[in-house]
Ligand binder design. Structure first.
Ligand SMILES: Cc1cc2nc3c(=O)[nH]c(=O)nc-3n(C[C@H](O)[C@H](O)[C@H](O)COP(=O)(O)OP(=O)(O)OC[C@H]3O[C@@H](n4cnc5c(N)ncnc54)[C@H](O)[C@@H]3O)c2cc1C
Ligand code: SF4
Ligand code: SF4
Length: 667
C-alpha cells in the first residue's frame, strides 16, 4: 500500500480533560486532518466510552477507513479494545495504532501546554505515517487446552483451586513444601477479628484436599514450562518422601528417629516453627498438615548421610511405609491456564544488624512470634523468653526492612496490623508492658482503625520514631539484664532508651525464591520483585502472558482479606479464559523472509525466549510464534534483514522517524 491509497481516520480523545486541559485538541485535530492519507479527523470527550467506540465504527464504515490512529492514553489500557472495535466494524484490527498523547504529552509536559501540543502533533504524524505502511495481518485462533495448574498452596492457591474446581475445571495444585496451608497455617489468631486462623483455614485445606476436581502434587516444584498455542506443558519434579501412602500417621518413626535428640551431633531446625525448635529427620510439619504423610529429609537422615547407618524408622513402622529406594519423579502437567500463587517469605532480619536479630536470643521476627503465641507452637502458646520465663516488657519495632531504601522501599501493608495483633495478645496473655515503635500507623482495612483504637485503649505504649538500635549494653543499674531500644521520639523530640525483655521485629514481606519459575513462564517482576500484573489498577490478576494469572502475595504484600479477594478474581479470570475455548494468537511477532535468510544462527543466539530455531535441513530460521515475545532483539543482529517483527519493519519505523524528526520537541 502506498500513500494515497489508504484511508486513515484520526480520533483524538479529551480523556475528560486529562488530555484536553493541556494539549490543544483543536490544533491537533486540524494538524491531523492535513496529514497525507487522512480522510477523517475528529475529537471526542471519551473515546473509550460506548459513544466513542460507536463513532469509531460509524466513521470506519462511512468513510471506508482501512487505517486508524487513536490519540489517547497508553496502548496498554485500550489498544486491544479499540482493535476489537475496529474489527467489529469490518477493518483489519492490526491497521490501528495508538498515539499516546496522555502519558507522553499531557502528563509529561503539564506545565508546557504548547510544547505538549507540538509533541502530540509529532506523535500523531508519526503514527499516521506508520499506519500508511502497515500490512493487514491474519488473526490466528488456537483452541485452549482444558485444565488449570495452580502453583502454590497457601490460602491464595487453595481458594483459587476450590473456585476453579467448583466451576468444573480440572485443577492441578502444586505445592513445594510437604504440606498445603502456606504461612497462614503458622498463625494463632488473625487480625482484625482475632479469630482462630486454623479454624478458618483448616476447612478450606480439607475441602481442596478432598475436591474431586483437584489433583494435589505436594513436595513438588515446576522445573520447566513450555508454551504452545493454547497449552502450557509443565514439568513438575516430585521429591521423594521415602514414605509411602501406607503411612497410618502413628508417629512412631519420629519418636525413635535419632536425629535432633539431645545426644545427636546432627540437629535440624524446624522450618515450620521458624527455627525456634528442632525436628527429626522424619517428620510431619504440623499436626493438621495435609496430606498426613510423613517425610524423610534425606539431607539429614543417617540412612542417606551415613552409609545406611540407621534404619530405625523402617524397623518401627507398623505399616511398612518406609521406602528408602524412592526416587524423584517427573510429571508432565498439560493445562490451558496457570495461576501463580507462590506467596511471600519474611525479610531476613539479620540484614538489619543493629536490631540484634541472631545476636540477642530474645529478639524475634513476626512469624516466630506467631509460633510462640500458637498453641501448636514450640511453647504450647506460652510467650516466654529463651530462659523460659515470661517477659515483663516487650518492644515491637515496625517497618523492619519495609519502607527502607536500603532494603525494601515499599510498605508491606500488614506489619502495623500484625504488630497491633501481637500487642493485644501479649497484653492479654502475659500482662507485660508493650511498646510499639512506629513510623506511621497504617490501619486502612475494614475494621482496622477500630482494632487500632481497641489496642490503644489496652494500655499499649506507642512511640513515633524509628529505633536507632537495640543493645544490651547497660548505662544504669535499671538497664542491667535488659535489651535497650534506643529511639528518638519524633513527637516529643527526645531520645529515649526503653528497657525491655523481648523485642519483636515486624519484618517486611518479600517475594519468595521464584526467579526460575517466573523465567520459565516468561513472567516479569515489578521493581519490588513481585510478579508483574498486566495492569496494577484495571487488571491486577492477569499477566502479560495470556493464560497466566497471579493471586495473593505473589503479586505484592497483602492481608488475608485482600488475598482471598484477589485469588477469587484470578480464578474468575482463569475460568473465563478457559471457558472461551479458544484464544487469539498475537500476530505482532517475528517472521523470517526465507529468501534473505542465510541460517547464520545469530537470531537463535540472540533470542531470550528460545523462539527461533534453524529448520532441520539447516537452511532457514523458523519462528515459534507462541514463544516469540516480539521484542525485536533478533532483528538487530540479523545481517541480511531477513527477520523482522510484524508492523515494526524498517520502512515502517523509518517512516515514523521521518515524520517525527522535523517536529521533535526537546523534553
Ligand atoms: C507475621 C505475619 C502475620 C500476619 N498476620 C495476618 C493476620 O493476622 N491477618 C491477615 O489478614 N493477614 C496476616 N498476614 C498476611 C498473610 O500472611 C497473607 O495475606 C497470606 O498468608 C498470603 O497468602 P498466600 O497464599 O498469597 O501466600 P503464602 O501463605 O506465602 O503461601 C504461598 C504458598 O506457595 C508455596 N510456594 C512458594 N513457591 C512455590 C513454588 N515455586 N512452587 C510451588 N509452591 C510454592 C509456599 O510453600 C506456600 O505454601 C500476616 C503476615 C505476616 C508476615
Ligand atoms: S511412616 Fe510408619 S511409623 Fe511413620 S508415621 Fe507413618 S506409619 Fe507411623
Ligand atoms: S533412617 Fe533416617 S529418618 Fe529413619 S530413623 Fe534413621 S535417621 Fe531417622
Amino acid at each position: 500500500m502506498t500513500d494515497g491509497e489508504r484511508k486513515v481516520g484520526v480520533f483524538i480523545c479529551h480523556c475528560g480533560g486529562n488530555i484536553s486541559d493541556v494539549v490543544d485538541v483543536n490544533a491537533l485535530r486540524e494538524f491531523a486532518a492535513k496529514q497525507a492519507g487522512v480522510v477523517a479527523a475528529t475529537d471526542f470527550r471519551f473515546m473509550c466510552s460506548n459513544q466513542g467506540q460507536a463513532q469509531l465504527q460509524e466513521t470506519i464504515k462511512e468513510k471506508g477507513l482501512d487505517g486508524v490512529v487513536v490519540a489517547c492514553c497508553t496502548p496498554k489500557m485500550y489498544e486491544d479494545m479499540f482493535r476489537e472495535t475496529a474489527k467489529d466494524a469490518g477493518m483489519n484490527p492490526y491497521l490501528l495504532e495508538i498515539a499516546n498523547v496522555r502519558e507522553q504529552c499531557a502528563y509529561a509536559h503539564r506545565s508546557q501546554p504548547e510544547k505538549a501540543t507540538e509533541k502530540a502533533k509529532a506523535l500523531v504524524g508519526a503514527q499516521v505515517a506508520k499506519v500508511l505502511r502497515l500490512r493487514a495481518l491474519e488473526v490466528k485462533i488456537a483452541p485452549i487446552h482444558e485444565g488449570v495448574a495452580v502453583i502454590g498452596a497457601g490460602i491464595a492457591g487453595i481458594h483459587a483451586a476450590i473456585l476453579l474446581g467448583n466451576a468444573g475445571h480440572k485443577v492441578t495444585l502444586i505445592e513445594k513444601s510437604p504440606t498445603i496451608g502456606g504461612n497462614m497455617a503458622r498463625f494463632d489468631k488473625t487480625f482484625p477479628t482475632m479469630d482462630c486462623a486454623m479454624c478458618t483455614l483448616s476447612p478450606k485445606m480439607n475441602q481442596v484436599f478432598n475436591h474431586k476436581n483437584v489433583e494435589l502434587l505436594t513436595y513438588a516444584e515446576v522445573t520447566n514450562a513450555v508454551r504452545t498455542p493454547g497449552k502450557f506443558t509443565l514439568t513438575v519434579r516430585k521429591k521423594p518422601r521415602y514414605v509411602t501412602d501406607d503411612c497410618i500417621g502413628c508417629n512412631r518413626c519420629t519418636e525413635r528417629c535419632p536425629v535432633s535428640t539431645p545426644k545427636s551431633p546432627v540437629k535440624v531446625e524446624s522450618e515450620w516453627n521458624m527455627g525456634l525448635d528442632l525436628r527429626k529427620a522424619i517428620y510431619l510439619p504440623f499436626s493438621q498438615a495435609l496430606p498426613q504423610l510423613w517425610t524423610i529429609d534425606a539431607d539429614h537422615c543417617f540412612y542417606f548421610q551415613r552409609n545406611r547407618a540407621c534404619r530405625m524408622c523402617a524397623n518401627v513402622c507398623p505399616a511398612d511405609a518406609i521406602d528408602f529406594s524412592m526416587q524423584p519423579e517427573e510429571v508432565k502437567v498439560e493445562v490451558g491456564a496457570v495461576v501463580v500463587a507462590t506467596g511471600y517469605r519474611p525479610f531476613d532480619a539479620t540484614q538489619v544488624a543493629h536490631y540484634g536479630f541472631g545476636t540477642y536470643p530474645d529478639v524475634y521476627h513476626g512469624l516466630q512470634i506467631e509460633r510462640l503465641l500458637s498453641s501448636t507452637g514450640p511453647t504450647g502458646g506460652k510467650l516466654v523468653k529463651k530462659d523460659g520465663t515470661p517477659p515483663t516488657s516487650v518492644g515491637i519495632i515496625h517497618c523492619v526492612g519495609s519502607r527502607d531504601e536500603k532494603y525494601r522501599p515499599y510498605c508491606s501493608r500488614v506489619c502495623c496490623m500484625y504488630s497491633l495483633k501481637y500487642a493485644h495478645l501479649i497484653r492479654e496473655r502475659t500482662g507485660a508492658r508493650v511498646y510499639n515503635f512506629y513510623m506511621d500507623m497504617r490501619a486502612n482495612g475494614k475494621g482496622y482503625e477500630e482494632f487500632y483504637q481497641r489496642v490503644a485503649s489496652e494500655q499499649v505504649g506507642f512511640v513515633r520514631g524509628k529505633p536507632a538500635r537495640v543493645t544490651d549494653v547497660a548505662t544504669s543499674p535499671e538497664e542491667q539484664g535488659k535489651l535497650m531500644i534506643v529511639v528518638e521520639d519524633t513527637l516529643a523530640g527526645v531520645t529515649l532508651r526503653v528497657p525491655v525483655d523481648m523485642v519483636v521485629l515486624s519484618t517486611a514481606m518479600e517475594p519468595g525464591d521464584v526467579d526460575g519459575l517466573l523465567a520459565s513462564l516468561h513472567l516479569d517482576k515489578t521493581a519490588d520483585g513481585f510478579v508483574k500484573e498486566y495492569h496494577p489498577k484495571i487488571n491486577p490478576t492477569d499477566t502479560a502472558v495470556k493464560g497466566v494469572f497471579v493471586a495473593g502475595c505473589a503479586q505484592g504484600p497483602k492481608d488475608i482479606t485482600d488475598t482471598i479477594a484477589q485469588a477469587g478474581a484470578a480464578a474468575m479470570s482463569a475460568a473465563t479464559f478457559l471457558g472461551s475455548g479458544e484464544m487469539t494468537l498475537n500476530p505482532l511477532v517475528a517472521e523470517v523472509n526465507p529468501d534473505l535468510c542465510r541460517a547464520c544462527d545469530r537470531c537463535t543466539d540472540a533470542c531470550e525466549f528460545d523462539a527461533v530455531h534453524i529448520d532441520p535441513q539447516g537452511l532457514v530460521a523458523v519462528v515459534d510464534e507462541t514463544s516469540c515475545e516480539g521484542c525485536g532483539k533478533c532483528t538487530v543482529v540479523c545481517p541480511t534483514g531477513a527477520i523482522t517483527v510484524r508492523q515494526f519493519t524498517k520502512p515502517q519505523i523509518v517512516a515514523s522517524i521521518d515524520a517525527l524528526a522535523p517536529k521533535a520537541v526537546a523534553p
